[in-house]
Ligand binder design. Structure first.
Ligand code: PFF
Length: 452
């Protein structure tokens, strides 16, 4: 039975949904520690260059594929390149959706536990050793992190089940302004702490000697993860964009919003970190160990801690719904299942992988290879292998397989928009982006030996 495809109801809804996907744990949990580990401002500078030069064109390419084909990632390649091997690129995306959601819901679950602990006043000790042992015993404890992960998955599935307009668009339109409001409050609090300026300096005064090949590649990988590009999320969302909306300006606005949130997250976190005399290279535990320590010493700390973990949970939720939607769109369109059945199957099967991922932090030590547990493996492979590979397929497909006229017709809404930068866009997706992405990919599989 062919049912009519749903569309987003308004341009603002499209931007809220796509920005909701892009803005996530990647901006608030991952960006600050990756930036901290890679030179701060120097990292930010190359990150910005990659977002503008490569991220926006790749995002636009996903929108072009999705809206042209009016289909999920696998179906889109089938329609635009019938009887070819291209649908395989769509399957890379479906695989990435599984791996990303598995470890992402693990971390999202941690944010719920920390929100709960803050509300219940349940931190054992406010010193570093106490918080470190509390965090590591919690994440390795099994049932508890699994419980929160499942709660998170149920919330995600609930919104996806409601559909594109009444679920995804509606919730993003409420949650995204809330997220911005909370973030601004946190930035103000952080900047008004004594000695906060050192953190601002760290984020905005680049030391060019810090820029090396590894920083470049880390920044490119982070920009892919953060913009939600390379796995068909934005092909799927693009397929719901109204034919009258301007795809280029949408891609641009979403990328600006995503980058702004990463920078604001840096401005909420680094000034506070420096104000309390801590070095910023704190790794993935920055948010779950360093920040609770800072909140416990700050005036009004409990309030700011509550809104911080609400912020993280919202950011994560608007991203997880976009990833689940990829699999649900695939199942409902390609296997002709109902939305309810597709959501149940997608959320159920991803949860199995997600639970294994959570348990690999402790109760199931066998789930590891060469010192990396399943969680680490999935995080590393999705960011450094699957997304770059998917992104490479996408730009090659739009640059070299689709007809130039078709691509331009989609970008200009069949000639009704000018599309002034379309030649520049074409050069980027044909030449510059494939080369740059290939470098990230080779790094991811270790050919250049920088590791993932
Ligand atoms: N962009 C999200 C973040 O920064 O947290 C993560 C993500 C969502 C990656 C969707 C990929 C994706 F398709």
């Amino acid at each position: 039975m062919e049912t009519k495809r749903e569309n987003f109801g308004s341009k603002i809804g499209v931007i809220a949904a796509a920005a909701g996907s892009a803005i996530g744990l990647g901006n608030i949990w991952r960006f600050p520690y990756v930036a901290g580990e890679n030179g701060g401002a120097a990292f930010l500078l190359v990150y910005l260059v990659f977002v503008v030069g490569i991220g926006v064109p790749v995002m636009l390419s996903e929108f072009v594929i999705g809206r042209r084909a009016q289909s999920n990632p696998v179906g889109a390649f089938k329609r635009l390149a019938p009887k070819s091997l291209w649908p395989f690129a769509g399957f890379v995306g479906i695989t990435a959706a599984f791996t990303i959601l598995a470890f992402y819901t693990t971390v999202a679950g941690w944010t719920l536990e920390y929100l709960y602990l803050t509300l219940a006043g349940g931190f054992d000790k406010a010193d570093k050793a106490g918080l470190t042992s509390q965090f590591s015993s919690f994440i390795s404890s099994g049932p508890r992190p699994m419980f929160w992960q499942m709660i998170f998955m149920v919330m995600t599935a609930y919104i996806v089940l409601k559909g594109v307009k009444n679920g995804i668009e509606k919730y993003n339109k409420i949650l995204m302004p809330l997220l911005f409001g909370i973030l601004i409050l946190l930035v103000i609090r952080s900047l008004t702490l004594p000695n906060s300026f050192e953190g601002v300096h760290f984020l905005f005064a680049p030391d060019f000697s810090k820029i090396n090949a590894e920083v470049l590649l880390q920044a490119l990988g982070q920009s892919f993860f953060s913009l939600s590009i390379g796995m068909g999320t934005l092909i799927t969302y693009g397929s719901y964009i109204n034919k009258k909306d301007n795809l280029s300006s949408t891609a641009f606005s979403v990328s600006v919003a995503d980058t702004l949130v990463a920078v604001l997250a840096g401005m909420a976190i680094f000034p506070a970190v420096f104000a309390f005399g801590i070095t910023p290279e704190a790794g993935p535990s920055l948010v779950f160990i360093t920040l609770p320590m800072i909140f416990s010493q700050m005036a009004g700390g409990q309030f700011f801690e509550i809104i911080f973990f609400v912020l993280l949970a919202i950011a994560a939720l608007t991203s997880t719904i976009s990833v689940l939607e990829v699999v649900v769109a695939y199942l409902s369109e390609e296997l002709k299942l109902s939305r309810a059945k597709s959501t149940l199957i997608a959320a159920g099967s991803i949860s199995v992988l997600g639970i294994l991922c959570t348990l690999s932090q402790g109760p199931l030590p066998k789930l590891s290879i060469g010192g990396m547990n399943l969680f680490d493996i999935l995080e590393a492979t999705s960011a450094t292998i699957l997304l770059p590979l998917g992104g490479l397929f996408i730009v090659i497909f739009v640059g070299w397989v689709m007809k130039k006229e078709t691509v331009f017709a989609e970008i200009t809404n069949e000639g009704s928009l000018k599309g002034r930068l379309k030649m520049l866009y074409l050069i980027i997706i044909r030449f510059i982006a494939p080369v740059a992405i290939a470098l990230v990919f080779l790094n991811g599989v270790g050919i250049f030996g920088y590791g993932g």
